[in-house]
Design a protein around this ligand. Structure first.
Ligand code: ATP
Ligand code: MG
Length: 371
C-alpha cells in the first residue's frame, strides 16, 4: 500500500496543493514555517480522520477560508483507492472512500496504517504518565477489541468508585457493601488489563531493544519496564490497603490507571540523565517497534512519516536510520528536513528510490527524483 497522490484545498497554510509520490522515500525540504509538517499532517488525516497536532478540526482550515479538502489516492492490492476528507466550518467532517461516505469514522481508521514520528513525541519521555499509558493502550487497542472493551468498562467502574469515595467524604458516611461490589468489578477488569499489557510488552520489548541497538550500534543499554502500581499485591488487597488514602483523596490511587512505563539508559532514568540525542534514539526505537507491531498485525507495511528526525541525531545515527527505512522491511516513507542538500546526497549515494520536494512560501516544486 502506498500514497500515490495528495491534493489539498485550504488545508492549514495551503491554498492549493497537489503532488505525486514515489513508493519509497519522499522528502519535503525547506525553511522553517513553510508547511513541511503540515503536509505530513494532511497524510495523517487521511489515515486517522484527524490531525496529529491540532485536535480542533476547524483550526486546520486555512485562516479566513470556509472549508478544507484533503484527497489521497492510494494504491493497494494493485488497485487505486481514493480517500476524501472534507470539512466546512461549523459542519460535520465528511469522510469518503471511493466516493462512498462512511457512516462512522471508526470504519475507516486502521485501513491505511501509518506511524508518524515527530518532535512532539518527546512528551512520551517528559510528560505525565497518562501519555505513556495512552501510547501503550493505543497500540494494543488497535488490534485487540476485547482489550478496548475492558478498558472502557474499567474506566466506567473507576468513575463510579471515585464518585462514591467523594460521596463518602461529602456526606461523612461509609458503605462498605457498595464499595465492595465496585472493588470486585474493578479487580476483574483490572486483572485482565494488566495481563494483556504484560503479554503485549513481552513481545514489544525485544523489538524495541533490537531497534535501539541497531540505531545506537549497541553503544548503550536501554530498558523499558512496566511500572505496576499494585506492587506484588493482588488487586483486591491493594485496594483494601490503599482505602484510607483513597478516602482521604476521594480518588482511587492504585490500579492500571496509575501504572506507568519506566524508561532507563545505562541504568539511569532516561528523562533525567540521557542526552537529547539518546532520548531521540529511544523514541525512534519505541515508534519503530510500534511500526513493526502494526505491520505484523495488519499484514501490511504502514506509511512511515518522519518529521524533523535529523534534528538531534548525529550523522552516523541518521544514516543508519535512513538505510534501515529504505530497506525491504519498510514501505513508503515521508521525511521532512530543513537542509535541501544532505538528504539528496545521501539518497543518491545509497541509490535509494526517492523524490525530493522543495517547499517554499508560494509553491511546492519537485526538485529531484531518482530514475
Ligand atoms: N489554519 C491555518 N491557516 C493558515 N496557516 C496555518 C494554519 N495552521 C498553520 N498554519 C501555518 O503553517 C505554518 C507552519 O507550517 P509547518 O509547521 O508545516 O512548518 P514546517 O515547514 O514544518 O516548519 P519547521 O521547519 O519549523 O518545522 C505556519 O506559518 C502557520 O502559520
Ligand atoms: Mg515542521
Amino acid at each position: 500500500m502506498y500514497l500515490k497522490q495528495l491534493s489539498l484545498i485550504n488545508f492549514k497554510n495551503y491554498h492549493e496543493f497537489e503532488a505525486k509520490f514515489c513508493q519509497k522515500i519522499n522528502c519535503f525540504v525547506g525553511n522553517n514555517g513553510v508547511g513541511k509538517t503540515n503536509l505530513l499532517d494532511a497524510i495523517h488525516y487521511l489515515s486517522f480522520c484527524k490531525s496529529y497536532f491540532n485536535s480542533l478540526d476547524s483550526q486546520n482550515i486555512r485562516h479566513d477560508d470556509a472549508f478544507f479538502v484533503i484527497q489521497g489516492i492510494y494504491e493497494r492490492f494493485a488497485e487505486d483507492t481514493e480517500v476524501y476528507c472534507g470539512l466546512k466550518r461549523n459542519q460535520k467532517k465528511i469522510f469518503k472512500k471511493n466516493k462512498k461516505e462512511y457512516e462512522r469514522l471508526s470504519e475507516h481508521i486502521g485501513q491505511f496504517p501509518l506511524v508518524l514520528i515527530s518532535p512532539n513525541d518527546s512528551e512520551l519521555i517528559n510528560g505525565a504518565s497518562d501519555i505513556r499509558r495512552k501510547f501503550l493502550d493505543g497500540i494494543i487497542s488497535q488490534y485487540d477489541k476485547v482489550y478496548l472493551d475492558k478498558l472502557i468498562s474499567y474506566n466506567q467502574v473507576l468513575k463510579q468508585r471515585n464518585a462514591l469515595l467523594k460521596h463518602f467524604a461529602e456526606s461523612r458516611s461509609f458503605d462498605s457493601e457498595t464499595l465492595d461490589i465496585l472493588d470486585e468489578q474493578l479487580a476483574i477488569y483490572g486483572k485482565s488489563i494488566l495481563e494483556i499489557r504484560v503479554n503485549f510488552l513481552k513481545q514489544f520489548i525485544p523489538l524495541f531493544n533490537s531497534y535501539y541497538s541497531y540505531i545506537s550500534e549497541s553503544k548503550e543499554l536501554v530498558t523499558l519496564e512496566y511500572d505496576n502500581s499494585l506492587g506484588e499485591k493482588d488487586f483486591k488487597t491493594a485496594l483494601i490497603t490503599a482505602l484510607s488514602r483513597d478516602r482521604a483523596l476521594s480518588y482511587t490511587t492504585v490500579g492500571p490507571h496509575k501504572d506507568d512505563l519506566e524508561f532507563t539508559l545505562n541504568g539511569f532514568s532516561l528523562k533525567k540523565f540521557a542526552s537529547q540525542g539518546q532520548q531521540k534514539s529511544y523514541l525512534l526505537a519505541l515508534k519503530l517497534a510500534q511500526f513493526e507491531f502494526i505491520k505484523e498485525q495488519k499484514n501490511t507495511k504502514p506509511l512511515l512519516l518522519l518529521d524533523d528526525v535529523y534534528d538531534k541525531l548525529d550523522e552516523e545515527r541518521f544514516t543508519k536510520l535512513l538505510e534501515m527505512v529504505s530497506g525491504e522491511k519498510f514501505g513508503q516513507v515521508f521525511i521532512t528536513d530543513t537542509h535541501p542538500d544532505r538528504m539528496n546526497e545521501l539518497l543518491n549515494l545509497k541509490k535509494i528510490e526517492h523524490k525530493i520536494f522543495l517547499v517554499g512560501r508560494e509553491e511546492v516544486s519537485l526538485i529531484t527524483a531518482s530514475e
